[in-house]
Design a protein around this ligand. Structure first.
Ligand SMILES: [Fe+2]
Length: 320
């Protein structure tokens, strides 16, 4: 699927110079016979093999039940630069939905959301299962979730925020924003209260597309203000820490999705170290959190690695 020329100009302009990295890879994925062959012979074949193994072992129903048992993780993080005004500010994170993998899974997510409250909702990418083909089924499935996020939005003038992942296309931006999400394309915005600001920045994908641009995303940030960075993958943990980000929120790894007992991941698909594969971590002065993901990819099962919806509660040190 490709964007019209005007739509393309719009999301590419917002991404900045690194947009060419995304455009080049999207074109390669959609046009290259070699890539399609590679994709079908490796990823699809691997997923088929895993499905057959799970089926033959009789664990399919358990894996499906595990996927439908979303865990709500409450994570509190103290940010030294956060004003007391924002103490207790709650960011709800959904990520790695891959919604076209398991029809109806959006209802499981909505059931969980209906039990929760938050101040700002964010979705950190990967809306569809495949890297190829139409993204419309995933867009149809996410619409009722976005409706819930919009209905329950607590902030005047700040919509639920989103970033793109390595399974997503630039052409999705228009569809997502038409629903009411705001996609951060190497961009940021500030939330203001009582003269204090909290910045939320979002970068493009660092796992496959390499179209992220941290300096551009932080361009508008006022010196000394706290910044939360949304990044689909944790791969850029070191660059984000060097750039002065206070808290980095990621997904992408799925926590391994199929793990050994005890939660030991067999694969994490990130260049970041194991400490960044799931849960809370730290790099220098920066704190970070990698969600295990809300959905599943390739195989609609999870083992020893429940899906999660995360509520990040920001805490100040009470000094400002
Ligand atoms: Fe994902």
């Amino acid at each position: 699927m490709t964007a019209s020329r005007d739509q393309a100009a719009s999301w590419q302009n917002r991404l900045g110079p690194r947009a060419q990295e995304r455009v080049a890879l999207e074109e390669y994925r959609s046009r290259s016979r070699a890539y399609r062959s590679y994709y079908w012979l490796t990823r699809r074949f691997l997923h088929r093999c895993i499905r057959v193994c799970i089926h033959l072992s009789g664990l399919q129903a358990l894996g499906r039940r595990n996927l439908n048992s979303i865990e709500v993780v409450n994570h509190e993080v103290v940010l030294p630069r956060l004003s007391r005004t924002f103490d207790g500010f709650r960011i709800l994170q959904l990520t790695d939905l891959h919604l076209d993998l398991l029809p109806g899974y959006e209802e499981t997510i909505i059931d969980t959301l209906n039990r929760l409250s938050w101040d700002l909702a964010v979705i950190t990418g990967d809306y569809r299962n495949s890297n190829l083909g139409s993204f419309l089924p995933a867009m149809d499935a996410i619409r009722p979730i976005v409706d819930v996020l919009l209905d329950r939005s607590q902030l005047q003038g700040i919509p639920p925020l989103a970033t793109l992942g390595n399974h997503d296309e630039g052409a999705m931006v228009e569809a997502l924003e038409a629903m009411g999400l705001r996609v951060l394309l190497n961009e940021s915005l500030s939330i203001e209260s009582e003269g204090q600001r909290l910045w939320i920045a979002g970068i493009d994908d660092s796992a496959d597309f390499q179209s992220y641009d941290i300096p551009r995303a932080l361009e508008q940030v006022r010196e000394g203000d706290p910044v939360v960075l949304l990044s689909h993958a944790p791969d850029v943990y070191s660059e984000a820490a060097d750039a002065g980000v206070d808290y980095m929120v990621s997904g992408h790894t799925h926590g391994g999705q199929i793990c050994l007992p005890g939660g030991l991941a067999l694969m994490t698909r990130t260049r970041a170290p194991r400490k960044c594969a799931s849960g809370a971590w730290r790099e220098g002065e920066m704190q970070g959190y990698t969600s295990r993901g809300t959905g599943a990819c390739g195989v609609p099962c999870r083992f020893n690695c429940p899906p999660e919806i995360t509520i990040h509660t920001l805490r100040s040190q009470g000094l400002q």
